[in-house]
Design a protein around this ligand. Sequence first.
Ligand SMILES: Cc1cc2nc3c(=O)[nH]c(=O)nc-3n(C[C@H](O)[C@H](O)[C@H](O)COP(=O)(O)OP(=O)(O)OC[C@H]3O[C@@H](n4cnc5c(N)ncnc54)[C@H](O)[C@@H]3O)c2cc1C
Length: 431
Amino acid sequence: MQSINIGIIGGGYAGMAAAVELAAQGIPVTVFESARQLGGRARGVLHNDTQLDNGQHLLLGCYHETLRLIELVGGRIEQDFLRLPLQLDLHGEFSLRAPRLPSPLHLLIALLKAQGLTWAERKKAAGFMLTLRRMNFRLAGDMTVTDLLAAHKQDADLTFKLWEPLCIAALNTPIHKASAQVLLNVLRDALNRTRADSDMLLPRIDFTALFPQRAAEFIERNGGKVYLSCSVDAIVPKDEGIELVAANETHFFSHVICAAPATVAAKLLRPMAALAGAVAQIEALDHQPIYTVYLQYPARVTLPHPMLGLHRRFSQWLFDKGQIAGQPGLLAAVISAEGIHQELSQEQLAQKVIAELSEEFGITEQPEWFKVIAEKRATFCCAPNLQRPAQQTALPRILLAGDYTAGDYPATLEGAVVSGVRCANLLVGQR
Ligand SMILES: Cc1cc2nc3c(=O)[nH]c(=O)nc-3n(C[C@H](O)[C@H](O)[C@H](O)COP(=O)(O)OP(=O)(O)OC[C@H]3O[C@@H](n4cnc5c(N)ncnc54)[C@H](O)[C@@H]3O)c2cc1C
């Protein structure tokens, strides 16, 4: 352990979090990123001279580790994000807004005053939250969200308007397939602690600039290296360390953190018999898509709120980038998880979104352009009782980071970052 130096495969949020934590402690790190830019599944995309992301993302106030690391590498949370108090608006159908009161009062009042529900439904929703609190958000056994809602008598209307949109937004998994325990973990952290934890943070800058790019500069300032367009092709354990084969060159490290996406990690780990257990867990994961339709309208086109949902439409959530990021006329429609939208061509999907914007908001202009970004394996399918691989593998010198590794959270930026920080802590602990 005297000459510790760490190789990190993947420059997404997990890999960069691990690298920043280690570099901050003076430990030499080298990051290998196969793409030409950092960020992975949360990266900036330039289209028609307009800065987009590979998908519209949202952070919650309870993403403490992500927010801490953004600040550590030089970000300023109040400048980098538009911060909104918890609100769920399904245009014309349902509206819930948390008043600026201490937790959990803000949530109870929001539920009891929610528009679009009957008084009986509001009481049921508030009662359900109080029951979850009493249970400490812990189930004796995991089950699907559908089963949990049925057990607590949350009726169909309440489910359609509140719990289903919340579950799909948080877990990117349909409620009949989604883990109730993981949803409760998110509700516990977002809704049950401080009011600021339930705030919604919409980035004003793209996701490569927000953290990974600043992280790379921080790592280099602290003596580390970040290689772009440098794919790792093999991990080779040796007696005294680990060799990484990247771009036909061999690099030697005391330890390696594999922070590549699940499918790539499985491929890299497969040749090592000792890691068969982790590979089997990774291969058992299913995935879910996220589609984002960006539409550039004339600058005068706006939505009533920076973010709002639609009820029983293709577009689940709409974002007005003019209000969020100073990009007038740019709208983003997000469609999470599997569904019939996957049967449409990109052109057909964009036309559906355009028609919905016209019917819901009277936007009759045609967009100057649209861009559909389909991330077919956006996240793992967050099913009940999922066995996710631990950060520490059976080989002490090889660790795993990534949103799919063991943790409380679904596939999120916070899940990815926490996994990276855990790897760093494990290595520092070993030292
Ligand atoms: C469209 C979309 C919307 C989302 N919305 C949200 C949201 O609103 N809120 C939220 O919290 N989360 C959201 N997520 C999830 C979040 O983006 C991911 O959980 C997170 O980015 C995963 O980070 P990661 O580092 O684990 O993996 P990745 O981002 O996949 O990073 C892995 C990196 O490894 C690199 N790599 C692959 N192979 C190799 C190789 N052989 N050698 C070297 N490098 C390699 C990849 O290029 C990539 O950069 C969304 C995801 C998508 C796709």
